[in-house]
Design a protein around this ligand. Sequence first.
Ligand SMILES: O=P(O)(O)OC[C@H]1O[C@@H](O)[C@H](O)[C@@H](O)[C@@H]1O
Length: 338
Amino acid sequence: MCPYFIQPVPCFHIPASLHRMGHSAAVCNYKASIELTKDWNGIEQVVLRSPQGASARVSLHGGQVISWRNDKGEELLFTSSKAILKSPKAMRGGISICFPQFANCGSTELHGFARNRIWTIEDNPPPLPPNNNPTGKSFIDLLLKPTEEDLKCWPHGFEFRLRVCLASDGNLVLISRIRNINGKAFSFSFAYHTHLSVSDISEVRIEGLETLDYLDNLCQRERFTEQADAITFESEVDRVYVRSPQCVAVLDHEKKRTYVMRKQGLPDTVVWNPWEKKSKTMTDFGDEEYKQMVCVDGAAIEKNISLKPGEEWTGSIELVAVPSSFCTDELHPRLNFF
Ligand SMILES: O=P(O)(O)OC[C@H]1O[C@@H](O)[C@H](O)[C@@H](O)[C@@H]1O
C-alpha cells in the first residue's frame, strides 16, 4: 500500500465533439479547460488546463504526453532540444507508450508501434470501473486500433484506450486499457516511458527501489539486487526493477522538487539515463542533455501480460510534483488517486 495520498475531487469531461469544433471550453465547476490545436505536421494536440494554471499537452501522434506544466508554468517533463519533430517516430521526451513490446523484446519496432501511430479521440469510451474512475480532472480519451501493417508484424486484434487526466491540483494521471478483440489469446509488455525534467542528474536520488532485484539492460538483462539505499547516478543506468512497490519518489535536490509516481497494474519500474557516451550516439538528443533528464517508467516487462479473447487489462500511473519540503510524512496524506 502506497503511503502517499491525493484527495479525490469531482470530475469533469469535455466531449471530444467539442474539441473537434476547435472550441476552448471553460468548465463550469472547475474552470478547467481543454483546447485542440495542431502540431508542426498538422496532427492534433489536446491541451488540458487546471483552474490553478497547470497544463498538459497530449499529441494524437503516439498518444504521447509532450508537456506537463505546474501552476507556475514550469515544465516538468523533459523534451530534447534536438527532438525530431517531423519524424514518424515518437518525439524524444515526454511520456510515450511502449506497447506491445518493451525495447527489442518482440517482433515489432523498438518499444513497440503504439508510440509511432496516430491515435483518435474517443467520445464515449466504455466506462472505467468505479475504483479506477478519475474524479476532479479534465481528461481526454484516446483510442488505438492496429493497422493492416501492425497486424502483419503483430497479428492480434486489440483496442487500446488511453485516458489522460489533469487534476484540479495539477496531478497527471494516465490510464491504459487494452482489450483482446481477437479469437486467440495474446501477450504483451508495456511501459509509460516517462522523461522527467531534472536540474542536474548528479543531484537526483530515487527512493522506493532499494533492496529490489533488477534486470540490467547493460548486462544482457542479467539479474542483480540493488544494494544502495537509494538510486543515484554516476554513469549510464538502464534497469528494470522487478516487482517494485506502487510508489517511487524522484528527488531533485537542486530544484528542491520531488516527483512521486504511483502505479497500478504495473509490477515493474524502469530507470534509464544514457549518460555521456551514449548521449553522443543519439541523433535526437543533445550531448549534455543527459544531465537534465531521468526516465522512470511504470511498466510490465519481466512477465508479459496475457489476455484471453474478450479480456481487458488496465495499467495506470499518477504523477505528482511537489516542493521537496513536502517529501516527509506531510506528503503521505496528499496522494491517493487509485
Ligand atoms: O531511444 P528509445 O527507443 O526511446 O529508447 C530509449 C531507452 O528507453 C529505455 O526505457 C530503455 O530501457 C533503454 O534501453 C532505451 O535505450
